[in-house]
Ligand binder design. Structure first.
Ligand code: 1QQ
Length: 386
């Protein structure tokens, strides 16, 4: 449903409640003071964060919370909006993400939520946030259908459906690809969604799919799948995986003598892939809104602040998180107060807000509109793929 349409039943409920209150002769408590903020007032807001901070994918959550913390510091220094962050760990698990979110949304002083990290988690947290009428913004959730969960659900990460076709098309052109093998995790919302897109793109481009292989989270041995793939001699491998499985897959593939390039989705776009797989990561192609080597002064300033604060280079996940907090700060300023509904409406009104990833606007569903850049790992680092 379009986020511009208010839920009609909500309006009816509010009307009925107002009527009941009037009939019972009770009036709601008033302080006699106007709630309208005065010019120059600082808007104080508490924002809840659900992040994958411990467990095998903790590097995603670490980068994400670093991005939030850096943006928070800058925003608070500017003095128009003062943001407090309440951060909860989800450990990448649905149940933990849901209980963290429930704890945060039951606190009326929390105006909005950021996260969770994985689409798998957002699939259970998003509906709950929507039901509770609290805006929630995923900064790394890229599976199909996330913002469509409800009118309060947003994301500032580009969907797999946009990133993967861009990467596959470039790889197919460059390497004159005719045959592809597909490998994906079948127990995760994001890796499954990436697979659906990969299959569709391959079919639309008339490529031969030699085989479709699956794996599960935490799997250590991919030799069975990779041996089968090797026997069919594809020109390119499409792999939909999070970094910890993805890096091991590339390592084992190279050890088996599979030297063709890989195309991965968002999960693969992490420095952790290089850290874990070393030279075996060379030849991995991904599409992303983030390229840290860009000459853009905003990007360079972000890089140097991030590096001096956290002693490492920022990645896509840190950059998306950083921009997301600025989106909320802008929405809070325009809303004029830390009110859940007003912030939700104000997010939709944002047009071309300049971030380090580019200009942000949300479409009617709450998805961002943005062009990805295609990168390849070469010589142990991400470079523009041409
Ligand atoms: C998702 C993703 C992951 C790569 C986030 C870390 O894109 O779960 O949607």
């Amino acid at each position: 449903m379009s986020k511009l349409l208010k839920k009609p039943f909500l309006a009816i409920t509010v009307f009925m409640l107002a009527l009941l209150t009037a009939c019972s002769g009770k009036s709601s408590e008033t302080t006699g003071e106007s709630n309208t903020p005065k010019e120059g007032d600082v808007i104080n807001a508490k924002i809840g964060v659900i992040s994958y901070m411990t467990g095998p994918g903790a590097a995603y959550g670490e980068a994400i919370t670093n991005g939030f913390n850096l943006a928070q510091k800058e925003i608070n220094e500017k003095g128009e909006v003062h943001i407090d962050l309440v951060i909860e760990d989800s450990a990448g698990k649905q149940e933990q993400a849901l209980s963290a979110a429930q704890k945060l949304m039951s606190d009326d002083s929390i105006v909005a939520l950021l996260g969770p990290t994985l689409s798998t988690e957002m699939n259970v947290v998003g509906p709950e946030a929507d039901l509770n009428g609290i805006p929630i913004m995923g900064t790394s959730t890229t599976a199909e259908g996330i913002p469509q969960i409800g009118e309060y659900v947003f994301r500032n990460s580009i969907p797999e459906a946009l990133a993967i076709p861009a990467a596959v098309k470039k790889a197919v052109d460059k390497y004159d690809v005719k045959k592809v093998a597909i490998l994906y995790g079948n127990d995760d919302v994001f890796t499954k969604s990436g697979f659906d897109t990969m299959k569709k793109v391959a079919e639309d481009m008339g490529l031969e799919i030699t085989t479709i292989e699956t794996f599960q989270k935490g799997q250590a041995d991919y030799n069975a799948q990779l041996t089968k793939i090797k026997g069919q001699n594809p020109d390119l491998i499409l792999a939909s995986a999070l970094y910890n499985e993805g890096a091991v897959i590339m390592d084992q593939a190279r050890k088996l003598g599979i030297n063709v390039p890989f195309v991965g989705g968002n999960g693969f776009n992490s420095p952790q892939v290089i850290e874990i797989a070393g030279d075996a990561a060379n030849g991995l192609i991904v599409a992303t809104p983030w390229f840290g080597e860009k000459e853009d002064p905003k990007v360079q300033e972000f890089n140097s602040k991030y590096e001096s604060e956290y002693k490492k280079k920022p990645d896509q996940f840190a950059a998306q998180a950083y921009d997301a907090l600025y989106l909320y700060a802008e929405a809070l300023k325009n809303a004029g107060e830390a009110d859940r509904d007003k912030v939700k409406d104000a997010l939709l009104e944002i047009k071309d807000l300049e971030g380090i990833l580019g200009k942000f606007s949300f479409d009617k569903d709450g998805d961002v509109v943005m062009d990805p850049t295609v990168l390849v790992i070469e010589g142990g680092k991400f470079e523009i793929f041409e």
